[in-house]
Every structure is written in structure tokens, then in C-alpha cells.
Design a protein around this ligand. Sequence first.
Ligand SMILES: Nc1nc2c(ncn2[C@@H]2O[C@H](COP(=O)(O)OP(=O)(O)OP(=O)(O)O)[C@@H](O)[C@H]2O)c(=O)[nH]1
Length: 572
Amino acid sequence: MSLKTRFLSLAAGLFIIAACASWLAYRELSADLIERWGRQVAEIQVRYDSARLLQSLEREIGLARQMADSTTLINWAADPSNQALEANALREMESFRSNFRDNSYFVALKESGRYYYNNEQNEFAGKQFRYVLSSEKPDDAWFYQLIEEDRDFHLNVNPDTELGVTKLWIDVLMRDTEKQIVGMVGTGLNLDSFLQDIVDINQDGITTLFVDYGGAIQLYRDRNYIDFATLIKPEGQKNTVDLLFDAPEDKQKILGMLQLLKKNSGEAGHVESGFVTVDGREHLAGVAFLPAIGWFEITLLDLNTLLPKSYLWPLVAVFIASLLITLVVFHLIIQSRIVKPIMGLEEAVERVRSGSFTLPRLDKPDNEIGRLVDHFEKMTDSLRDSTRELEHKVALRTDELSRLARIDPLTGLKNRRGLDEVLEGEIQRAGRQGSGFGVLWLDIDHFKSINDQLGHQAGDEILCRVALWLKAGVRPYDHPGRWGGDEFVILLSPCDLATLERIAKRIRETVEQESRKTGTPVTVSIGGYFSNPGDNVDTILRHADKALYQAKNQGRNRVCINTPENTEVNPA
Ligand SMILES: Nc1nc2c(ncn2[C@@H]2O[C@H](COP(=O)(O)OP(=O)(O)OP(=O)(O)O)[C@@H](O)[C@H]2O)c(=O)[nH]1
């Protein structure tokens, strides 16, 4: 797998790992964030809703308490048949009616069971006495129940079948100076408008409800769930708050929260919260106890509506985009600073390996790879220089060997191979130019006797001297050479017959005269041949050899010249 593919795979792997880790972290964090936020919002909302309810009821409850404390009413309750007291009491009642928000009131006397009522329309002016309560009638049971419970204050959602109204009733016991219960007063608030103002407030995702101390639903946007006349219902038939939840554990949870708050009812503003499912949607329930009215306030927050998870998706998108950009930048940096220089280096190594020292332009990033590339370039330069130097030396040595292969080591003249090459060259040149050249074949006379008499070493010296005299006797562009033993061949070019004869003669004379000066006189026999275009090596040498043979035969120390036209050998 190439380095580039490996880095790409690594980047892709890192991206997948980072994305998975981020997704898990996001899920955990978002759930935690939403829960923390939800709990705080639930607490705030509970307090806010409670405050709204209490604010709305406080004045009415205060007025009802004032009414219950009215001495006019208490005195009348002690003597209900007293006309004067009743007239005063009715005035007092009407005065309170004008102050109550709903402009309605009720007064019920314990002893007589007489029930007084007037409403906003002052419908019952002069006939406020409406009917007599009876402990036998189920509809009136609330009155006797409250007296029995001896609770000074009570809120009660109850339809009044006699009056044909359903109201949130504020009931306050009326006591005489001995604290004996003499009756009950209160006012009723229109349930529909109250629900609309306090409960059904049209806040998306927020549901508010109020339940009484026993968990029976008192105020809820859906009237079907409201537990009317809770007071007189036996346990088990009440619409309690757990009806709103499907899962048994949610029912337990919410009832558990109510229990906990009852235990901590002394703690002001304490809020319990927990997750529950309502209509298949997860909600955060916040529950608070309202000691002033003895009810619980429950707020249900639909978190998916209030804070949809999709709100956080842009965050996820930004994160993924940043991650991708980071990886792309990482990839580009790796590509430009590592992969590309290494690939370039690999190509350069291939070139050097195949013998080429011309490197392509290599990237040199400012890092270890850049330094490696730099070292490689310098190494290649010195490798190229030393290779060239070596090649030059080899060429020189080859030339030298080639030259030596054509040189006679004793005399320094061309040897037989050297002479052959020159002869070939001359034959071709003669063929091209249509001109002839001369060949002289020399043999030292009686050289064997010299060797025998003076020794081989002396013979060598004579060979060297003869070679020197030959060189001195020819022109600079002629080619003297040692054919082998005591035989020499000289190529004379350019040449004509006269020149051939002249130089042959001169050589013979030089050897004879110069050798005499050395104390060891030697002579040479020379056979000459003037070649014409078309002659080959064999022909030329055969003719020259034949002429030499002639010279030897005719007594040695002489020159015989042979030509193609005249195969007669002419002594020169
Ligand atoms: N010192 C020496 N002697 C050599 C060398 N090469 C050949 N010889 C001798 O040269 C002699 C050549 O003798 P030949 O050409 O047969 O005869 P010659 O004595 O020259 O007689 P003619 O040629 O008939 O005059 C031989 O005795 C060889 O041993 C050499 O390199 N050094």
C-alpha cells in the first residue's frame, strides 16, 4: 500500500473515530445539558406558576378571611332569626360581594343550614337566602365534611347543582369568640376564566396543573380530568394525578415526589423534578407544594418542543465541517511536506539506480525529509563526479591499454597489430583517394649470430638502436613498426616510388653507418613495395616479403623494391 493511501486511510480512520466519539459525546452532553437546563426551567416555571396562582387567589382568600372574621356576620350567626342582625349581615355580605373579584359570595350557617348566595348580576338581591343545606343530600356533603375536618380554609372545585355553576370555591370557616364553628363563608371564582388565566396559558410545551393534598386533580386544562367535589368522594374514586401517566413507574415517580414534598413541606420553594412520559412524549415534571393553599403545583415541560435536539444540529454540522477541514488541511500538509517529497525522492533514487544522475526538481520541505532530500542531492552530485572521474580514468587506461596493445614494448615502435591497423587504414584511404603508398620490410642481417656471439641482451640493445635509426630515417607522418623478431615494417604515406627508394636507401645507409659508430656494426636488408589502389594486406606483404627475400638472396645489406606493374624486384 502506498504512503499516500496509508495517510488517506489514516485520515479517514481518524475522521470516523473522531466523528463517532464526538457523536457519543454530543449525545451525552446534549442529554445532560437539556436535563440540567430542563430542571432549572422546571423549577423556575413551577415557582412562576405557583406565584401566579397565589397572586390571583391571595386577595380573594384574604377577603374571604376578613368576611369570616366579620363580627356582624358572627353575631348574626349566633342569632340568625334576629331580623335586624340579618339585615346588617346582608349589607355586610353585599359589601363583600362588591369587593370579591367574581362579585359573588356565599354564607352558610351551621345550625340552621341556611345557605345565602348572590352573584355578579345581583340576581338574588333581596332573596340571598337560597336554600337550606341538608346533611342527607350528597351535593351538600362538602359543607358538613369541611366542618368535620375543622379546617379553617379550603379550596374546592365544585359544581353547585342548585345554582347551576362550577366554581373554584374559597371556603373559610366562621367561628365565634369561643372558636366554635358557626358557619362558613367564601366566594367562588369562575372556573373557566380561571383555568384560562392560570392554567391554560397557551405556552407551547408547558402544561400546568394543580392537585390537592391527596393528589386529586383540581385545575387542569382538560376539564375531564378535574376531580370535582373531591372532598366528598371516597378514596379510589378520585381523579388523581397519576391518571395522566401511562407507565406505572411514572405514576409511582410523581406520587413519590408528592410524598417527598409533603415530608419537606416546611422547606419554602422546594421543587422536585423528574422525567416522565405523557402521551408518548418525554416530559420533565416539576412539582412544588403550596402551603398557603395546601395544593401541589405540577409543571410538565415537553423538552422536545421547548428545546428540540435539532437546535443543536448546526453545532454538530459546524463541528463535523471543522473536523473535515482539519483533516483535509492535515492531509494537504502531510501530502506536501511528507508524501510528495518522498515520492519525488523515490523517483530520483530510481533514476540514480538506473544510472542517470540528472535529478528532477525535488521538493525540500523545512523538516527531516527536506534535509534527507538535500543530503541525497549532494550524495548524487558526488556520486556523479566520482563516476565521471572513474569513467575518465577507465577511458584513459583503456586508451593506454589499447595503445600498449599496439606498441612493441622493447623498441617502443608499433607492433604487428598496430602495423596491421595502420596498413588497413592506408589501404582504405588509398582506395578512396586513388593514390598509392609504400611499404618497407627490413630484416637485420645475421642477427642470430649477433645474438649468439654477444648475448640476447646485446641483441635487444641492437634492436632498440635500429628502431631509433628507423624513426630518425622516416618522416614524421610515416609509420615504422617491429613486425617481430629482427624484422621491421615501415609504411610510407603519402609516397611515390622514388620516395620509397630514397627513404629505403637512406635507412639502410643510416643503420650501416650509425651501427659502425657503436662498435657493433649491423646491416639491414630491405624489401620494398609500392602499393596501388586495390591491393589487400596479403598482397602487399607478400610483395614486400618477396622483395626482402630478394635482398637477402642478393647478398644482404641492400634494398629491393617491388611494384604491382613490375613484379621484378629492383635492387636499389
Ligand atoms: N636478442 C633478441 N633476439 C631475438 C629476438 N627475437 C628474435 N631474436 C633472434 O633473432 C634471430 C633471427 O634469426 P633469423 O632471422 O632466423 O636469421 P639471421 O641470423 O638474421 O639471418 P638472416 O636473416 O638470413 O640474415 C633468432 O636467433 C632469434 O632468436 C629478440 O627479441 N631479441
